[in-house]
Design a protein. Structure first.
Length: 213
């Protein structure tokens, strides 16, 4: 979970606090200077990078890794980053920068246009990317098949299912998810491996009972 601006203000040292003020001002200025839909922009220069994007990249170094997700998310929101900007920052960024993009999606986009970013993160074995990918944006836009596999990905990689947004409402009554969970539990048991405790928790949410119950 990311921190609010008020929480960051209370925790950042003075130099990082001043840096954040300047960074957010640059992001807000970039947002205000964006052309309106009625006035399409001219072809942008491939070399013109907004100042706030440099701040986005250096947030961890200046504000500390513990606060980097929150700082980067605030910058994206303040800049009103569109899907093209989010996609570019995701593909060009480090794992930490990609995570921040994923965390900001539900604040900035209404439609499923950024699902390729979620799907890309779910193909990795980076647990922090997987955890960020199963947030509110995925809960709203992933189709049932993809969402079920996202839940299983969490179980495979050890990501706590608490990271899955709207887990209860989406799992409720999902018999196909229950079948997939039961099959996975059977495979684990047959291989002499422990069944993740979260598996039975999700299985219960579907309305099914585990064989151990």
């Amino acid at each position: 979970m990311t921190q609010t601006r008020k929480e960051l203000d209370a925790q950042l040292p003075d130099d990082a606090h001043a840096w954040l003020d300047e960074a957010l001002a640059e992001a807000a200025r970039a947002a205000s200077e964006s052309p309106s839909a009625e006035s399409p922009p001219a072809e942008p220069s491939p070399y013109a990078v907004p100042a706030w994007e440099f701040r986005f990249a250096s947030a961890g170094r200046v504000c500390g890794q513990h606060h980097a997700d929150s700082v980067r998310t605030l910058l994206l929101i303040e800049a009103r980053a569109d899907s093209a900007t989010l996609t570019r920052l995701y593909h060009q960024g480090t794992a930490a920068e990609r995570r921040a993009v994923l965390l900001a999606l539900h604040h900035l986009l209404e439609g499923p246009v950024a699902l390729p970013l979620v799907e890309d993160a779910l193909r990795t074995n980076d647990t922090r990317l997987v955890a960020a990918a199963v947030g509110p944006y995925a809960a709203e836009h992933l189709d049932p098949h993809s969402w079920r596999h996202a839940v299983l990905k969490c179980l495979f990689t050890g990501v706590p299912v608490d990271a899955v947004a709207h887990l209860q409402s989406r799992a409720e009554g999902d018999s196909e998810l229950a079948r997939m969970l039961a099959d996975y539990a059977t495979e684990r048991t047959a291989a002499g491996r422990d069944v993740p405790p979260d598996l039975n928790r999700v299985l219960t949410l579907t309305g099914e009972q585990s064989e151990e119950s």
